[in-house]
Write a protein that binds this ligand. Sequence first.
Ligand code: DGY
Length: 315
Amino acid sequence: MAYQVLCNVAPSELVSHMLGESCQVRIWSGPDAGLPSFLPAIEGLLLYGHLRIDGAFMDRLPRLRVISNIGVGVDHIDLDAARQRGIPVGYTPNVLDQTVADMTFALILAVARNLVPGVRHARGPDFLHYEPDFLLGCDVHGATLGIVGLGAIGRQVARRARGFDMAVLYHNRRPNPAAEAELGASYATLPELLSRSDYVTLNVPLTPETAGLIGREQLALMKPTAFLINMARGAVVDQGALVAALEAGGIAGAALDVTEPEPLPRDHPLLSMANVIITPHLGSATWQTRRAMKQMAVDNLKAGLEGRPLVNRVA
Ligand code: DGY
C-alpha cells in the first residue's frame, strides 16, 4: 500500500519522480478548497510555499506521521503543536544559504545602482542619447553593510561583502566571536548597526522576537542615504512605517524579496514607489538549489513515513 501524502501544490515532475511509487499524492491547496474526505487518511505532509499548518489542522489528520517543508523558514507551521503531537517536522537548511546570499547581493546592487529603472529606461522611448548624470547610484564597494541575523545565510552574505571591500557590522542576540574572526565582521547593537550602515540586510527567521523588528523607531535611526534589504519575511518589517520613512526621505530606498502579505494588494503604495524594488520571494529560486531542497524534503518525508529519524529535523 502506498503512503498517503498531502501536497499543497501539485508536485513537479521532479518531485513526483523523487517520491516514486511508494507515495500516493493528494493535492490540497488549503482551507479555501474545503475539507476533502481523504484528509483522515493522510500520513505525510509535503509543503511547498507557506500554507499555515496549526494544531487544529493536525488533529484532522489522525494518521499524520511527518511534516516536511521545502524551505528553511517554518514560521507557517506551529512547531509546538507538532511537538505536542509527536509529529516530526523536517526542513531544508544549508542547501540554500549561498543562493539566498547571492540574491541578497543582487538586490543590494540592483537598488544601489538603479538597475530596474535603468532597464526600463533603456527599453523605453525616452532613451535617445547617453546622459552622464542620469540615474546616478551609490557605491556598494567600500560601504558599510549591516547584517541583521548572522546565521548560516547571513554568514554567506558577509563572505560576499568582503569581496566588495565592505565594512561589515552584524547584529545577533549574542556576539559570535568565531564568526567575527572568520568573516572580519564586527558586532553592533541593533541601534548602532542601523545608524552606521549604508545597507541594512535582514536575514533573520520570523519568530515572535523578530516580528516587527524594524519599525518606525528603527527606521528613524537609519541614514537618509541608506537602503533596507529584506530577505527574511515581510512581517519582520512594519511596512506602514517603511512606506512613511520612504515617503519622508528618511531612508534612500528598499529592496524587498518578501512582503506581508505576499503578494501585496495590487494598490499597495510600496508597489509604485520609484525607490523600491520588490521581487516575488526569489531568495532560493535557482534550478540547482530548488532541486537540492526538494530532494532533502523528500528524504525527510520518506524517513518520517518509514519511521526513521528525519535527516533535517526542526521540531
Ligand atoms: C525558505 O526557505 O524559507 C524560503 O523563504 C522559501 O519558503
